[in-house]
Write a protein that binds this ligand. Structure first.
Ligand SMILES: O=P(O)(O)O[C@H]1O[C@H](CO)[C@@H](O)[C@H]1O
Ligand SMILES: [Mn+2]
Ligand SMILES: [Mn+2]
Length: 393
């Protein structure tokens, strides 16, 4: 074991363009970070820049340094799919060959909706691909009058249920999600995630989603690196959405968060505690609050805030800790539509002492991350992805 603790932070959706297969996803030219930097007329990110982020692309305001502190490379996703689950599972060694079923063009079939209505005792409205905030403006007032569920999907493999917390009790929404998850274990409707989308407010234009959102994912289809770590009795701390994404498999401790800032604060607190193993963090606001909302200015501000908090985290790292910063897909806020974009993701690696700063161009598979972690802790390596442990040290 070279590193006692590894902190892996996923800046959800912070892609860096250039995916070899972007065309087959209709995402040619998408580049989340580059276009945010352009839109903001340059981003000043001293900590990420110091690690070497500027060597990973042409990002206005982020300069490529000759003497970067970190080890940097770009990763290509090899799975079929560009959603959160696919990206995170690949990081931990699973290659998804068959994409999850989607209902983007058609909405969910009548049979599924009927069963869901019968079992939950409420009717559904919506049932189409939509932005989660726009659909509240469309149906939120209707829901207050009727108590109907607002259901919707997207380009992702999801069934999302929006419910006003002041109209439908939160627990009833969670129970309905469980019912939907059971129904959607049927092969015909086996979507990657059922998502509870609670919100508050009284009229269109004023509805606000709350932090009580909850995902019910399919369990990973094979053991992941997280499982291997847990079996070998290492700590596997999941912060934010991580436990949901892996349906708690391989997780030894769950830490809930309410937003990015809180996620980083919780991570900084964890860095002051003693553990041996992995602290795996997802910062979802980049994606949910800015990427899908096509808000490049807000996204830029959020990256800047992350960069500030990163400085504090780095201060608390021990000499034998390793920090990895990456992403799970792109979500270019200047791109057409409101969905994820197929992009390469950055991998920035840092340790106070045990690192050989270097910029390596690119590698295939996000599983480079899981393989390196497995290698470090001496557990069995995943079937995909090469460890770079011996290169970074
Ligand atoms: O528009 P909202 O509700 O944020 O939905 C987004 O979040 C879901 C999960 O990533 C996807 O379906 C995506 O469209
Ligand atoms: Mn994501
Ligand atoms: Mn998303």
């Amino acid at each position: 074991m070279k590193y006692k603790r590894i902190f892996l932070i996923v800046c959800d959706s912070l892609g860096i363009g250039n995916a070899k297969d972007a065309k087959s996803y209709n995402d040619e030219g998408a580049n989340t970070l580059q276009h945010i930097c352009d839109y903001c007329d340059g981003l000043d990110l001293p900590n990420l820049e110091g690690l070497g982020l500027g060597n990973l692309g042409n990002f206005k305001g982020i300069y490529p340094l000759k003497s970067q502190l970190g080890y940097t490379l770009a990763l290509n996703e090899i799975s079929k799919g560009k959603d959160t689950i696919t990206g995170h599972w690949e990081m931990m060694g699973l290659k998804t060959e068959k994409p999850f079923v989607t209902f983007t063009e058609t909405g969910f079939p009548d049979q599924f909706i009927k069963l869901f209505e019968e079992k939950t005792g409420r009717k559904c409205v919506g049932n189409k691909a939509a932005s989660g905030t726009e659909i509240l403006d469309e149906y939120g007032e209707h829901q207050i009058k009727t108590g109907d569920w607002i259901v919707y999907t997207s380009a992702d493999s999801v069934f999302q249920i929006a419910a006003n917390e002041e109209v439908i009790p939160l627990q009833e929404l969670y129970d309905a999600c469980k019912i939907a998850r059971e129904l959607a274990m049927d092969e015909r409707w086996k979507v990657g995630r059922i998502i509870a989308r609670p919100y508050i407010g009284k009229k269109a234009g004023e509805f606000k989603r709350t932090a009580n959102c909850h995902d019910l994912a399919l369990p990973p289809f094979a053991p992941t690196v997280l499982e291997a770590l847990k079996t070998a009795e290492y700590d596997v701390i999941g912060v934010g959405k991580i436990p949901d994404i892996f349906v708690n498999q391989g997780i030894t401790k769950k830490v809930k968060t309410i937003n990015n800032q809180n996620g980083m604060n919780r991570t900084i607190e964890l860095s002051k505690t003693d553990f041996t193993g992995l602290c795996f963090v997802n910062l979802v606001d980049f994606d949910a609050v800015y990427g899908h909302r096509r808000d490049p200015k807000g996204y830029g501000k959020a990256i800047k805030e992350f960069d500030n908090q990163l400085e504090e985290l780095m201060k608390y790292l021990n000499h034998d800790d390793l920090l990895m910063i990456t992403s799970d897909h792109g979500n270019d806020p200047t791109y057409k539509g409101t969905d994820h974009t197929r992009e390469q993701v950055p991998l920035l690696i840092y340790s106070k002492e045990l690192i050989k700063p270097h910029h390596l161009e690119q590698m295939d598979s996000f599983a480079v991350i899981g393989a390196t972690i497995a290698d470090n802790f001496g557990v069995s390596l995943p079937l995909v992805g090469c460890s770079i442990l011996n290169k970074i040290i």
